[in-house]
Every structure is written in C-alpha cells, then in structure tokens.
Ligand binder design. Sequence first.
Ligand code: ATP
Ligand code: MN
Length: 480
Amino acid sequence: MTRTKIAAILHNPTLNQQILVKAWVRTKRGNKNVNFIALNDGSTIENIQVVAESSLFSDESLKDVTTGACIAVKGTLKASQGAGQSVELEAESIEILGKADPETYPLQPKKHSLEFLREIAHLRPRSSTFSAVFRIRHQLSYAVHTFFHQKGFSYIHTPIITASDAEGAGEMFQVTTLDLNKIPKDEAGKIDFKNDFFGRQANLTVSGQLEGELFAMALGEIYTFGPTFRAENSNTARHLAEFWMIEPEMAFYELPENMALAEEFLKYLISYILENCKADLDFLAKRFEEEEKNKKQEERAEMGLLEKLEFVRSNDFVKLTYTEAIEILKDSKPNKKGQFKYPIEKWGSDLQSEHERFLVEKHFKKPVILYNYPKEIKAFYMKQNPDNTTVAAMDVLFPGIGEIIGGSQREENLEKLSHRIKEVGIEEHALWWYLDTRKFGACPHSGFGLGFERLMLFITGMSNIRDVIPFPRTPQNADF
Ligand code: ATP
Ligand code: MN
C-alpha cells in the first residue's frame, strides 16, 4: 500500500477507504477507551487525528507512540464526531518506524522560545512555526523563478568562488588550501598565493552582479539567485554571513524602469504567497498577533500580517530622491529631539536603518523607493548623473525591515567608469573583463539585488533573520 500525504487527505478526503499515513507524532492524549494521536508529515501545517481504540490497541502497544516518534498508520478515514477536525483516521494497525525517547526529545508540545529553537535547528523544522516558514520559503523561491521565467529572463548561475574583490574589500571570506600554519611569503613578506589552489587570492562572492552584467550584455535580461557571503561583523537581526540574493540585470533599462520592475516583482511575490500559502500564512498571522500582544503599545505594528501584505501589494510605492529624503529627515521630530542615534546634519550622510524606517513607518506609512544618492556613499559602478554629485542608485525600503532591495542603473561610459574606479582606489586591471563590456557594444543597463531572507522576514512576520533560513551563519556561529 502506498502512503497518502496528509495534505491530500485533508484537502480531498475520500471517506470510508483504507489508507496508509506515515508521519511524526505531535501529541497523544486519551482515556481508557480511546487514544487520539495528532500526526504531521510536513505536507501541510494541519495534523491528522488518528483514533486508536483501546479494544484494538493496548497501552503497552502504544507506549512508543510519543511526541517526535515516526509511525505508519493503516486505517479507515471517517467523518469526525469531535470538534476541531472534519475527518479522522480510525487506526487498524500502527507500526513504529522510529522511536523518540520522551526523556530526551527536546521538542515537547509546549511553547518554546525562538532562541531555544535556534539551538535545536536540526529539529525545529518539525515545529508548526518553522514548518510554515520553510514551506513558504520554498513557495517564494518558486515564485521568483516563475516571475522571471514568464518575463523571458534567463537564470544565470554566477560563480560562488571569485578572485575579484571589487564590491567591498574587507567584507569577504577567503578561500584557500594553503596550510595556515605555514603560510608562504614572498621577498617583501607578503603572502605568496602562487602555490594556492587558484594561484591567486580567492574569496566567496558578495554579489553576482558584475558577472550578471556580462550576461545581460548577451542575453538581454537575466537574473541570478544564489548564496552570497559577507564577513561583515554586524550581529543584527537583519544580517547573515551567508544569505541568498536575487539579482536581475537588464539591458536597455534605465533607472525608472528598474524601479518599476522592483516594485512589480515585490508585489508579484507577495501576491503569490497570499494566494498559494493560505494555511501557513494564517498560522503565522495568528502567531504574529500573539507576539504583538507582548509588546508595548507604542512598539506594536499598525497592521496585522495579512493586512500588511495586502496593503503593500495594493498600494503604489512612494518614489523620492535622496535629497528630498534628507530634507524630511532634517526637519523630523526625532532628528530635532536628538532621538536618532546618528543625527542627520547635512546632505551627504549615509542613511541608517533608523532613518529608513522613520521614512517608511512614520512619515509615508508605505514602502519607499529612494533614488539618486550621493556618489560617495554608493558603489563605483553606478551611473553618474549629470549633476556630477549623485548616482542613479535606488533602494527599496520596507516597513519593519528597512532596505530590502539595493540597485542602480550602471555606468556604461568607459571613461567615466575608469575614472571612478581609479578614484575609489580599485586596481583597474583586476576588472579588465568587466570594463570590456564598456568597450564592446555597451548600452544603458540596470539591475538590483533583493535579499531573499529580508523578504522572508517581511512575508512571514518573523522578527529575526536567523529564523527564516534553515541553518543561519552569523559571527561565532556555524553550527549544524
Ligand atoms: P545593509 O545596508 O542593510 O547592510 P547593503 O547596502 O549592504 O545592505 P546591498 O549590498 O545593496 O546591501 O545588497 C542587496 C540586498 O541584499 C540588500 O538590500 C539586502 O536585502 C540584502 N543584504 C545585504 N546584506 C545582507 C546580509 N548581511 N544578510 C542578509 N541580507 C543582506
Ligand atoms: Mn551591508
């Protein structure tokens, strides 16, 4: 007999038929006549209720049916008399596939803190919250590919190991096979990478953008979706050392089209989850509501989770320049009252998450796209505006998150680009292949990077980025 998944049973029940279910025990309760076993196999947030009559199953035969154990149940599906479920499985035989010692199984059926669950990250996907989060993570990945596929973008696998450290030196993880106890040095006392695996210094990528641009100059519209590594020591609830980023890159797009694509993309993804993950989302919305109750009045979100997602998908994002944003921030209450950790004094300062969140959550109460940033605070490859002081950059800012997307139109002019590369002190020869695209058939083009886990935070209502990736990597932590 083949097993039937619980999702299929509950969504399309065929009563009075014999079926086989294989799943993990969530709870067992009962009296001297009957035992009720709640089973979950991960195919849905919902459990199926198994009814085991004492006339068929002795206490002894059910002693290993404990929370966390894996069992196979053969039985007949019946309409349920009890409240809370419409069908139940009347057990005829129960086989124990894997016991879970109740003395040591850590995931007991009670409320555990997220901190504790992080310590048992190998078991936490068996909890309702994390199973919901990770089913949504799958659906969201699928939606990313569907969106771009429907638009004719090609998915490009950019390298994970890279020898270019163009984006942000100092934030990269090194990749080496050198014996760290005997590091070879050259005459000048510097590390000699000649005998290292690649014959040169290599790192884990911080972005697939530069390689993505090369393919946009050939296939037109491409995207990457892969792991990204940053050795920045920022121990925040929004930063991981290993995260997943989606980076579309489009030939012939200028900044306004880039912004429009970012907005359409985010709305599509949110819609997709609203329409395809109802049960999981409802569960997370309830959880979010409970969490909010524990917060102080002034810290509570203005909307529930579903309401917030609905709101974002059905409202236009505010578009405004960096310069306009600085004016608003300068005149804002928290700035005048000295409530910002980094006060806004003059044009040119980098915006911190507190400023981004003020604009989005307090001032506009809508997602905001800021564009035309000072060139000094942005990367070398961004298109220089005619004013000579700003670049055609854009950041999408979301409530509760701050920056969720960073992007720009790229500088396609060879002279301007080389000039900027020298100015910021990058060695031009290291980027010869990148500069070649500006020599041969250059064209206006644009792209952006969406942090996948930041969007996951927004959609699931979870508050720490460590709880939306299966096994988080953060400073001092690479367990599991
Ligand atoms: P932040 O200022 O928040 O650190 P950033 O300016 O370094 O972001 P970009 O280099 O523009 O970010 O990267 C593009 C996107 O990748 C960001 O908008 C964000 O969604 C995501 N991102 C960046 N760094 C991290 C990280 N350490 N962990 C998770 N996501 C990240
Ligand atoms: Mn950063």
